[in-house]
Design a protein around this ligand. Structure first.
Ligand SMILES: Cc1ncc(COP(=O)(O)O)c(C=O)c1O
Length: 488
């Protein structure tokens, strides 16, 4: 090994391309990250240049460069032009970064954590919004929430708190809520299920976490949309899965690519109705191909239907779950985006064959969601307020989207191109060829999220995810103007 590594033994980085799966840059990145988190590579230790390392490991320079760039983005390496890369100091790696996925490396180190614990501690999601900013993605129009109708439902259920209701609830969820969800999903989303298949969670994240633990062993392959939702990446990474990024194009997930790269993957995470973050809808041939591959290979399909009730020009596209004859699809949805984020209610519809396993796992993990909140939600749905609220928000978000598009036509910066905006609560803005134009502080003030961290591999596009549902049309117009100014 090179003298410049100053005695750090780097032979453990040798990869055998003929063994193991996943892109080489990802495998190199994982080994380096593990070494940094475990302290094998101490803070301040100097790494050889990418040129030296690529020669010594027999890898292409680009492969090493990608691994280093990812570690740099996560705050685990410090790179300086001319003086190479050093392992970041603990303080540095804990510095807040608006969009990094992993962090907290120093607190994980030496704390007696398990391997799984270290992964969990270092997979830090960007914090959920604590205030309303114009471009915060997935933020509902909180000021228009029907608070009175909700208060009445809560009060009614609080008054109905007879002793039997005060006993512990069922781990699968409060039955009237499960029934209300099943009754809603049929006509609204084309989901075919019995109420017994519906399990109540506090968030999609909780449902993803339990799914990962229940269905995956360490090292099992998972296809992830590339780019895709960080919450899914974190849940499957924490479970020790081997992550395979599968590109998304105008027709959605490239099923053929996934099949070629990881034919025996155990699970695929998809957002077919409205891909996060690109906004495309998965085409019918791709849906059929994915279901067929799942049936033939025994792969599970986790369909995350997080915001698809909001579709503006046409009717909502039916869920893939309704087309699944082989019982391979798990369908996730959340109330935290349609109602309000602090509600903490979401659900998962599982195939018949998994109902008992999920029920036991719920019981042996967190038990169940608060019964009073579940009862109020069921009441709100049964009284018709949920559907009415959805209908009103569809109109409000359509107006907000139009305001954004209109402001964009007049004042949007020419270096930014907007993606699909047919549905949902956000649109993605792609930046053409100006990699240096990522003003971090400002993007935080506007609430926009950077696109590049949503890529597991090298980011093919730079840009931002712009939410439009949480701000008034005037607020959005101002934000478009400010974003354009930032790019000048
Ligand atoms: C694709 C996707 N799934 C799920 C969620 C979140 O749902 P929950 O708050 O219930 O975890 C989001 C929100 O940002 C999302 O973008």
């Amino acid at each position: 090994m090179s003298k410049r590594s100053q005695g750090v033994p780097l032979s453990f980085l040798m990869l055998d391309p003929s063994r193991g799966t996943g892109p080489l840059h990802r495998r190199l990145y994982e080994r380096l990250r593990e070494a940094i988190l475990s302290g094998t590579l101490a803070p301040r230790s100097r790494l050889p240049s990418t040129r030296t390392l690529s020669r010594e490991l027999g890898l292409s320079r680009g492969t090493v460069e990608e691994a280093f760039a990812q570690l740099d983005a996560e705050g685990l390496l410090e790179r300086r032009v001319g003086s190479g890369s050093t392992v970041a100091l603990p303080e540095h790696s804990r510095a807040p970064r608006s969009t990094r996925v992993r962090g907290g490396a120093s607190s994980a180190r030496g704390a007696g954590l398990s391997r799984r614990g270290r992964r969990m501690a270092s997979d830090v999601l960007p914090p959920e919004a604590r205030d309303v900013r114009p471009f915060t993605p997935c933020l509902p129009a909180l000021e228009l929430f029907p608070a009175k109708a909700w208060a009445r439902a809560v009060a009614r259920q609080a008054r109905a708190l007879v002793p039997e209701r005060m006993l512990s609830g069922e781990p699968e969820g409060f039955r009237p809520l499960r029934e209300a969800i099943a009754a809603h999903l049929g006509p609204a989303r084309g989901v075919r299920c019995d109420w017994r298949q519906v399990l109540v969670f506090s968030s999609t994240q909780q449902a993803l976490d339990l799914t990962a633990r229940l269905l995956l062993d360490e090292g099992d392959g998972v296809w992830l949309e590339e780019p895709g939702y960080l919450g899914a990446r974190v849940a499957f990474d924490a479970a020790g899965a081997r992550l395979h990024p599968v590109p998304v194009d105008a027709q959605g997930l490239q099923v053929d690519t996934g099949r070629a790269r990881a034919p025996r993957a155990r699970l695929v995470y998809v957002t077919p109705s409205h891909q996060y973050p690109l906004g495309v809808t998965m085409s019918l041939p791709r849906r059929l191909a994915l279901l067929e591959h799942a049936r033939a290979s025994g792969m599970w399909v986790l369909e995350d239907d997080y915001d698809s009730e909001f579709r503006y020009a046409t009717r909502p596209v039916a869920a893939m779950q309704g087309m699944d004859a082989a019982g391979r699809v798990l369908y996730a949805g959340t109330f935290n985006k349609v109602m309000f984020p602090s509600l903490r209610l979401a659900f998962l519809v599982v195939p018949d064959s998994l109902v008992d396993a999920f029920a036991s796992a719920r019981a042996s993990t967190e038990g169940h969601a608060p019964v009073l909140t579940q009862a109020a939600m069921a009441d709100f749905m049964e009284a018709g307020h949920y559907v009415a609220h959805l209908r009103q928000m569809r109109q409000v978000y359509a107006e907000r989207r139009d305001a954004l598009l209109d402001a964009w036509r007049r004042e949007g910066h020419p270096a930014l191109r907007l993606g699909e905006a047919e549905a949902g609560m956000h649109v993605t803005a792609f930046l053409s060829g100006r990699r240096d134009a990522q003003p971090r502080m400002e993007e935080r003030r506007l609430g926009a999220r950077r696109l590049s961290p949503l890529y597991l591999g090298r980011a093919r596009e730079q840009g931002w995810v712009l939410g439009f549902s949480g701000a008034s049309p005037a607020g959005l117009r101002g934000a478009v103007r400010e974003l354009s100014r930032l790019l000048e």
